[in-house]
Design a binder for this molecule. Structure first.
Ligand SMILES: Nc1ncnc2c1ncn2[C@@H]1O[C@H](COP(=O)(O)OP(=O)(O)OP(=O)(O)O)[C@@H](O)[C@H]1O
Ligand SMILES: [Mg+2]
Length: 383
């Protein structure tokens, strides 16, 4: 081992000096400590490969020091120096982690042999440790690679899905326009076809808006600077936006707010999007004559928001997919209402980014309850 550093811990200075003189010609650097305490101090300062330890020192046994040394660096090789080698002592020392023994008096050759074997052992242990670290790193990299491949696969799947979804409205508009151009639609029927075109174009615009929002949430991993947001204030505004639509469907819109609600931390426009998406779904998927109820309360340090309706509900078997991109339940698709299936995916991401959770309780045909929880921010807003 190149530049090996050795520490002799022995209260007999003569022995220490003798060892130093014997090992110096081999290019080994030898330091000396004449007490257990001094020895430990030197070990702590680091850099030693091997120690030669007197077994009998005033106040401390070399055997006890072994454990202490190994606590600092398990790979330091300890060789015991003893005046009376017995089997019992050997067993005890080896149990404590000693590598070898030297019995006084010993020759320079005995000393060199023990020290060189010890250093070789140290070299091998360090090499083994290095290889273990490399193996662990290789394992970690492999796992990381698998994770990235998984992510890449999900992304490609997502892009396939998006392109497919984006093609449909454009293809429909193209067909309608071609029909008109080819003279298949008499003038009196043209407004109807053009209205359809406009509806499909709107669908495309909605899809693009949703995709943009989703992209923003995913790409900008670091969110806009969070500020305290009063969900109830946003809720009142969003509810007002739906009053007309609800009235047209003869839906009751009820609001149930606990008093003195604390704010949550996040970006106001994102939480507004949560309300818009949840309430638009409730209004959209509830047949005329029903009711939509939104409530906010505090529970165990969290703000709990609930949007419930008396609408078509979600079949039990499909609820697990509800928050995935583009998923639309079979009963909703049958209704033939426009939708991209991105709203809830956006909601889930916003809530998760703000440290919250969202879930759904529903039965097919018996309404739906969307429940989210967000950590409340209890400090005053001036802070
Ligand atoms: N209140 C609800 N009642 C019944 N089904 C619901 C309700 N909210 C959501 N769903 C179901 O979850 C699906 C996904 O909702 P999401 O809001 O993500 O998409 P969408 O409403 O179809 O389209 P958009 O992206 O335009 O909002 C809906 O298609 C519907 O099947
Ligand atoms: Mg929706």
């Amino acid at each position: 081992m190149d530049n090996a550093r050795i520490l002799v811990i022995d209260d007999e200075i003569g022995i220490c000096e003798g060892i130093r003189r014997a090992l110096a010609p081999q290019g080994l650097s030898v330091d000396i400590a004449t007490s257990g305490a001094e020895g430990m101090q030197k070990i702590q300062s680091g850099g030693y490969d091997l120690t030669l330890l007197d077994i009998m020192m005033p106040g401390v046994s070399g055997i006890d020091l072994i454990a202490e040394i190994h606590r600092h660096d398990p790979e330091i090789v300890c060789i015991i120096i003893t005046g009376y080698a017995t089997v019992e002592l050997a067993v005890q020392a080896i149990k404590q982690g000693a590598y070898d023994f030297l019995t006084k008096p010993f020759s320079v050759d005995d000393l060199s042999l023990a020290v060189n074997h010890g250093l070789e052992r140290r070299r091998l242990s360090l090499e083994a440790r290095r290889l273990q670290a490399i193996e662990a790193e290789a394992r970690r990299l492999n796992e990381e690679k698998a994770r990235l491949e998984e992510l890449d696969k999900a992304k490609r799947q997502f892009i396939r899905l998006v392109t497919h979804e984006m093609q449909a409205p454009v293809a429909a508009i193209q067909n309608y326009l071609q029909l008109i151009l080819d003279g298949y639609v008499p003038p009196e029927n043209q407004p109807e076809i053009i209205t359809k075109c406009i509806a499909r174009a709107q669908e495309e615009m909605d899809l693009i808006a949703d995709l943009l929002e989703l992209g923003q949430l995913q790409v900008l991993a670091k969110p806009v600077k969070p500020v305290p947001v009063h969900l109830e204030e946003l809720l009142v505004t969003v509810m007002d936006n739906f009053r007309e639509q609800a009235a047209r469907k003869n839906l009751r819109l009820d609001l149930n707010l606990a008093p003195d609600l604390p704010p949550v931390m996040g970006a106001p426009e994102r939480f507004k999007s949560v309300w818009t998406n949840l309430i638009s779904n409730a209004v959209k998927y509830t047949p005329p004559g029903g009711a939509v109820t939104v409530s906010l309360r505090v529970e165990a340090g969290n703000i709990i928001g609930v949007v419930s309706d008396t609408g078509i509900g979600i079949p039990a078997g499909e609820q697990a997919h509800l928050f995935s991109e583009f998923f639309r339940a079979t009963n909703a698709k049958e209704l033939d209402l426009p939708g991209t299936g991105l709203g809830l995916a956006i909601v889930r991401q916003i809530i998760a980014a703000a440290g919250g959770k969202i879930s759904v309780e529903s039965e097919s045909g018996r309404g739906a309850r969307f429940i989210f929880s967000l950590p409340a921010h209890f400090q005053t807003e001036s802070q």
